[in-house]
Ligand binder design. Sequence first.
Ligand code: AMP
Length: 298
Amino acid sequence: MKVIRTISGLRQELNSLKQTRKDGGSVGLVPTMGFLHAGHASLMTRAREMSDTVVLSIFVNPIQFGPGEDYETYPRDEERDLALAERHGIDIVFIPTVQEMYPKQVKTKIVVSELTSLLCGASRPGHFDGVTTVVSKLINIIKPNRAFFGLKDAQQVAVLQQMVTDLNLDVEIIPCPIIREKDGLALSSRNVYLSQEERTQALILSRSLNDVREAMNCGKATTAAEARLMLNEIIHSAPLAVIEYAEVLSFPELSRVEDDTLLVDLQGQVIMALAVKFGKTRLIDNLLFTPKEVLSLV
Ligand code: AMP
């Protein structure tokens, strides 16, 4: 496994790898902000299965953090990350400095409209512009055939897929399932911020999603309004939970499903998406489903 910190060094290494293969070989990219856990590991495993060369990037991207967010305190542990990357068969770890990625003030940004104005985009203005800009830079530097992203950040997947389509980027976005702790909490680098009590109460996110899915299955929640109300009520039962949003939307279009819409009538995929704060820690979770399949289990 090579650890490379400069763009020129990475380009050189990728070029020489391409030259050693007759077909050029396929490249898979796994972009992360480090402090790796089993969620990231699942992306690495998928990338390893589908690519000849796997590049893992570790970069805490300052331009996707807003003022007052946790950029400065974001957890970092390079040594542990490298050991995990090695165990997952990564070929190249790209760890640039901020100076390397943004040597001058950024004047060009990639902005995806509409999809970024709701959910996390509403509470974190500019966040997705930072994400799409850094992912475009990584795609331009690495030229991967495929890039792997977790559905834990489902809105991010929708936004990136839109960007790739709109700009005809020659890369396939591969969405990967959410990895959870045994008790249901979605893995996140930010889970380390939670106190013991917050950690216990944070289980309400996955529990509310599962309970509403159950309620749909047995006909207790039939409309989008009922699903939203149930999500809110269940989450409010955790005293420390402060709801930022609990939404029911079509996916990947992210159009709000009208209150009186019968979920069974919806075509395609639907997402129940949550952002909930416990103290200073903001957690997100979601459940993606096809109503016809869920409701036909009745
Ligand atoms: P981050 O380091 O938080 O920017 O995440 C890097 C990538 O890992 C993103 O594509 C995330 O969606 C993905 N990821 C983070 N947590 C999980 C999880 N629990 N399950 C699956 N993918 C995840």
